[in-house]
Design a protein around this ligand. Structure first.
Ligand code: ADP
Ligand code: MG
Length: 693
């Protein structure tokens, strides 16, 4: 046995603890638990309330319950075939007696003695020859205040090989006294205002709650801490940004008004409001930092174009970045058309197109590109506005980078546009550093896209329908989850039969057997970008009836004449992604359709895909998706730490608002957290963690 170390503290390593051998140490280390502090921060994943016991007289066969009683008798015997050892005991609590049966635990006759006070939890069974009995219950001696496993709200730790909850409880309980060694970073005033308990109390209660109420209080405190640190981070960013200098972009009322008037459509009220908010921001000498949050097809591009136009009227430059080359090309074409009557120099820069030359100073009015635009060394003559489109593909780091790409000491204004609508609570929680304009209304005259789940037996009917749409002059997208099926010999990884539809194969099949008379094109991410562009142009010019594609067309692509979006293997995509695909159609006056095919029709898939049928509202879909898959999956951006939320809910508007208000108040008074060193430390650790991901 190891010698006990009597000088324990939070940093004491787990292997120095009594009764932690090499095997347990290894298991703990694998969970990232190296010392006492880590162990105390290893939280239960759920609880079992075994705090209320039942009088034995109320024991009913078939029920699970907890009983307290005194052990009257205990004996062991073998079964007739001698394979099993059965321990039979009798407990009594004054109301009645109850038989207890344990299987194959011979040591119990030594461990439990008549006269012991026991707590037992398990299922009451009944057999005619035995009567009522408690079958293989969990048990514990006495019900003292130090009770760990029974007669209380019992913590259940996340399932891990080699470490049982029972073992963890035994290890953690005696260490709880070290909770008080955790410094509480939260100012007293905040705790008072929001009725939050101290950190040490929260830690004790989260492991071994005294009551339901105290567990709730602990959960509330820890949830607040998580949201508060995110809010602080955002508030500090916002504060820093506001102390930077930007160029004032003057509003040119007449020119903007006549540009808007000349558009082939009327702006929606939401578009007008968003444009106005941006114009006001641009007029300040502090950089704008705004998120344009809108549903698919709500017309964000034109709002961005108005901003870029205004900047050009001030003889300054705008850079627009798109997540894919296809999209950058499309914006380029679009802008050329929009501004064909104005003398604007518009330039396309992607890694395969017009490669950015390091030494050359870029002097166009509007520069459209992909990531290539933020490569080191790109120099703009007088960049005043940076726009990032379909922003979920860009990380926080890239956002920070592009802010710096300017030759002067002046920070460009910054506008970012969402690919997927962001529900209100989430935007408040995670994009607290940004001001937000929301477009939650589609342009007038758009009809609802009709969405259906197509079972296999109706596949041919769907093909007939597609033929009839093409006959009417419409175009069709067919989306597949894969480019080509994995080569079985090469990919040993795929043991199960991989039945995902592949674009290449589907393309061949549609071309040869299903629609031999129609013109079909193929688009996928492994094609050269010249070829991708060519295919898109052909589709746009109606030289193709059907475009078979992988998810490359997911974001932004605008083909108003397309009216059918057919999605193979829909179960493989997230809801927000499906909504994005669907947003590729319904962009004109033509009634549009979204046909969802699935390889499996299980209960879960059906429920999930039904959401697509029931609503066209991107905000609602994003919310459902968020609940199902979490923010990291939906928004592809893990840097803000939301993926690590354990206690807080991204749907808890009240708590999110609390944390934001408190962060605002605190940073207004103490922007560098100079008088809150503990919070500053915590913030630094948090920032390090989210940047490492
Ligand atoms: P998203 O918000 O998804 O980026 P786009 O900016 O690509 O949407 O706009 C979708 C389509 O709607 C485009 O073809 C665009 O020209 C058109 N559009 C934008 N605003 C309006 C409007 N107010 N009325 C009618 N059509 C509009
Ligand atoms: Mg767009």
């Amino acid at each position: 046995m190891k010698t006990k170390n009597y000088q324990l503290n939070l940093k004491t390593r787990v292997e120095e603890l009594y009764n932690v051998g090499q095997v347990c140490q290894k298991h703990l280390n694998r969970l990232g638990i190296f010392n006492i502090q880590d162990l105390l921060l290893h939280f239960p994943s759920r609880y079992e309330d075994l705090s209320s016991t039942k009088p034995i007289i109320e024991a009913r066969p078939g029920e699970s319950a907890t009983f307290k009683g005194q052990l009257m008798k205990i004996s062991s015997r073998r079964t007739k075939n001698r394979r099993m050892i059965i321990i039979e005991a009798i407990i009594s609590d004054g109301t009645s007696t109850l038989k207890v049966i344990f299987f194959n635990q011979p040591f119990l006759t030594r461990f439990l003695r008549p006269g012991d006070n026991l707590v037992l939890a398990g299922k009451v069974d009944y057999k005619p020859y035995l009567g009522k009995y408690l079958s293989n219950p969990t048990y514990e001696k006495s019900n003292s205040p130090t009770s760990l496993h029974l007669g209380r709200i019992v913590p259940i730790y996340p399932e891990t090989r080699g470490l049982s909850s029972r073992w963890l409880r035994l290890k953690i309980k005696p260490l709880l006294k070290f909770s008080s060694d955790f410094a509480d970073p939260l100012p007293l005033s905040i705790k008072k205002r929001l009725d939050l308990i101290n950190l040490d109390e929260a830690l004790r209660q989260i492991h071994f709650p005294d009551f339901r109420e105290s567990l709730k209080a602990a959960l509330k405190r820890l949830a607040f801490d998580e949201l508060f640190i995110i809010a602080l981070c955002a508030e500090i960013l916002r504060h820093k940004f506001h102390s930077l200098q930007a160029e004032k972009i003057r509003f040119k009322k007449n020119k903007i008004a006549s540009f808007v008037k000349a558009l082939p459509f009327q702006l929606t009220d939401c578009q007008k409001r968003a444009a106005w908010e941006i114009i006001c921001d641009l007029g300040k000498n502090k950089p704008m930092n705004r998120l344009l949050n809108g549903d698919v097809g709500s017309g964000k591009t034109i709002v961005a174009a108005i901003a870029a136009f205004l900047v050009s009227l001030n003889n300054r430059q705008t850079a627009i970045m798109a997540p894919t080359e296809v999209l950058a090309h499309q914006h380029y074409q679009n802008f050329i058309k929009l501004f064909k009557n104005y003398h604007l120099k518009i330039e396309l820069k992607t890694s395969s197109h017009n490669l950015v030359r390091k030494d050359k100073l870029i002097d166009s009015d509007i520069i459209i590109g992909t990531h290539a635009l933020i490569q080191e060394g790109v120099k703009f003559k007088n960049l005043a506005l940076t726009i990032i489109d379909e922003q979920h593909r860009f990380g926080v780091k890239q956002r920070a980078l592009i802010k710096q790409r300017s030759t002067k000491r002046i920070t460009p204004h910054f506008l970012t546009m969402t690919a997927t609508p962001i529900p209100r609570t989430l935007s408040l929680a995670l994009y607290g550093d940004l001001d937000i304009s929301t477009i939650d209304e589609l342009p007038r005259g758009r009809q609802r896209i009709k969405t259906s789940l197509i079972p296999p037996r109706k596949r041919n009917q769907a093909y007939d329908f597609i033929r009839s749409e093409v006959k009417k002059g419409r175009q069709v997208f067919v989306i597949c989850p894969l480019i080509e099926k994995p080569d079985r010999n090469k990919e040993k990884m795929t043991f199960d039969f991989d039945n995902r539809k592949a674009a290449l194969e589907e393309y061949q099949k549609l071309k040869k057997t299903i629609f031999p008379n129609l013109k079909i094109g193929l688009l996928h991410g492994r094609m050269k970008s010249k070829d991708k562009e060519k295919t898109m142009q052909q589709f746009k010019k109606k030289k193709l009836d059907i475009l078979v594609s992988t998810s490359v067309v997911e974001v932004g692509v605008d083909i108003p004449n397309a009216s059918v979006m057919m999605i193979e293997g829909a179960e493989r995509f997230g809801l927000s992604q499906l909504h994005q695909f669907r947003g590729r159609v319904g962009r004109s006056k033509h009634q549009s359709y979204c046909l969802l095919f699935s390889q499996s029709w299980g209960e879960e898939t059906r429920t999930r895909l039904k959401i697509m049928v029931e609503t066209n509202d991107g905000f609602k879909i994003a919310e459902a998706d968020l609940k199902l898959r979490g923010p990291g999956e939906v928004y592809g951006e893990r840097q803000h730490g939301a993926s690590n939320l354990r206690f807080a809910s991204l749907f808890d508007l009240k708590m999110i608002k609390f944390s934001r208000n408190e962060a605002k108040k605190l940073i207004a008074k103490d922007p560098n957290l100079a008088s809150h060193p503990l919070l500053l430390n915590k913030l630094k650790a948090f920032e390090k963690e989210i940047h490492l991901e």
